[in-house]
Ligand binder design. Structure first.
Ligand SMILES: NC(=O)c1ccc[n+]([C@@H]2O[C@H](COP(=O)([O-])OP(=O)(O)OC[C@H]3O[C@@H](n4cnc5c(N)ncnc54)[C@H](OP(=O)(O)O)[C@@H]3O)[C@@H](O)[C@H]2O)c1
Length: 357
């Protein structure tokens, strides 16, 4: 039985759905996957910290945060001095959990803080601290894999731990685990994909005559677009995903800032409708390709023929095409996405850890 102690850094939408999913599938995870986790620490930015080496009361933690409260009332500091009122950094929470952890339970840090497209921080520091302290890491945050994959993977290998990030691209639809677990000895030479749901939704809405701002507002109201619209509209989210894919699948060492990037900010309903009239579709496409001189990675607006796979993607749908030597080209298509899918990616990563023991 794999009985990890989980340390949650970030307790927002994804992390809370993840805990509910663990609860909903608890029996199946125990019976079929020998997985029985408990949560020993939660760190947030504005909702305080909760630590208890005996395992936290998750129902209470969820209730407190969802009512806008603080986790402090659940906090048992290591020396039992009572709840901490001062903010505690995620890195310190990880170190304390590692010190307090018994030798029988593996420690897993679940990193779900917000994406920082400038430098991937503080998430990279959280992952570094976790691996250095002997914990495994699972994350839905694109930052660490997009900015520092090579370093973090090397750190994980040296420590005999794992750094898993299935949720970073296309929510819980398997990409990284698919390649890692099911494509032995296959060489990937490139990829192309529509990987940002918000921009695809806006483009599809404009094809139907809706104005750009109206479609964006709809996605923000649904909680799907990033609060900072430029992350989606200017192609930063797609660039972070492209960098993550290039770093992991093509052996690149690129950051989102080095991706050749244009967003959809200049598109209008007239432009996309005019393309449709010519039998084409406008898409925001991410591409990566191995070349003799290295790996090229770009995100940009492209016109594709109406019978192209990408042209068939409407609304929030995504697709990724992988170019390989032994299997030729194949695609993974995401017809529906969202919070549960992203939370599931963390569950899948946890099961992957359980399988290796
Ligand atoms: N939502 C999705 O469908 C989706 C899909 C794919 C990937 N992702 C990625 O998954 C991650 C989490 O997304 P989300 O929707 O759950 O975000 P969210 O609801 O905004 O939650 C972010 C959490 O991180 C905490 N936080 C921020 N900075 C922190 C710090 N320095 N130390 C400790 N905690 C910190 C926040 O604390 P407070 O609660 O106190 O603010 C909050 O609990 C992001 O990286 C996102 O890009 C999300």
């Amino acid at each position: 039985m794999f009985r990890p102690d989980l340390v949650l850094i970030g307790f927002g939408n994804v992390a809370r759905r993840f805990l509910r999913l663990l609860d909903e599938r608890a029996e199946e995870l125990r019976r079929d996957h020998s997985l029985e986790p408990r949560v020993v620490a939660i760190a947030t930015a504005r909702h305080g910290v909760a630590r208890d080496v005996r395992g936290l009361d998750i129902a209470r933690a969820l209730d407190l945060v969802e009512r806008g409260g603080s986790l402090a009332s659940l906090d048992t500091t290591p020396d039992d001095n009572g709840p901490s009122s001062a903010p505690v950094a995620g890195v310190d929470v990880i170190r304390q959990a590692a010190c307090a952890a018994g030798s029988t339970r593996p420690l897993v840090v679940v990193e779900t803080t917000v994406l920082d497209v400038a430098a991937g921080q503080p998430a990279i520091d959280h992952v570094r601290a976790a691996l250095s302290e002997g914990a495994h890491v699972i994350t839905a945050n694109k930052g660490p894999v997009a900015f520092a994959y090579a370093e973090l993977e090397a750190l994980a290998r040296a420590a005999g731990r794992r750094f898993l990030f299935e949720g970073a691209v296309m929510d819980g639809i398997p990409i990284f685990n698919l390649v890692r677990e099911t494509l032995p000895a296959v060489h990937i030479s490139g990829f192309s994909g529509v990987v940002n749901s918000t921009t695809n939704f806006i483009i599809t809405a404009m094809e139907g005559g809706q104005a750009f701002a109206e479609a964006l507002a709809e996605m923000q109201a649904a909680g799907i677009a990033e609060a900072d619209a430029s992350l989606d509209v200017d192609g930063w989210d797609a660039a972070a995903k492209a960098a993550a894919l290039a770093n992991v699948l093509l052996g690149a060492t690129i950051t989102p800032r080095e991706v050749d990037r244009t967003g959809i900010g200049r598109l209008t309903a007239e432009i996309v409708q005019e393309a449709v009239a010519r039998g084409r579709r406008v898409k925001l496409v991410a591409r990566g390709k191995r070349r003799e001189a290295g790996v090229s990675v770009r995100v940009g607006v492209e016109e594709v023929p109406a019978d192209h796979l990408f042209a068939t993607l409407v609304g929030q749908q995504n697709a990724l095409v992988l170019e390989t030597d032994l299997l030729g080209e194949f695609s993974v298509v995401q017809l529906g996405g969202g919070l549960t899918q992203t939370a599931y990616a963390l569950v899948a990563d946890l099961v992957a850890l359980a399988r290796r023991g």
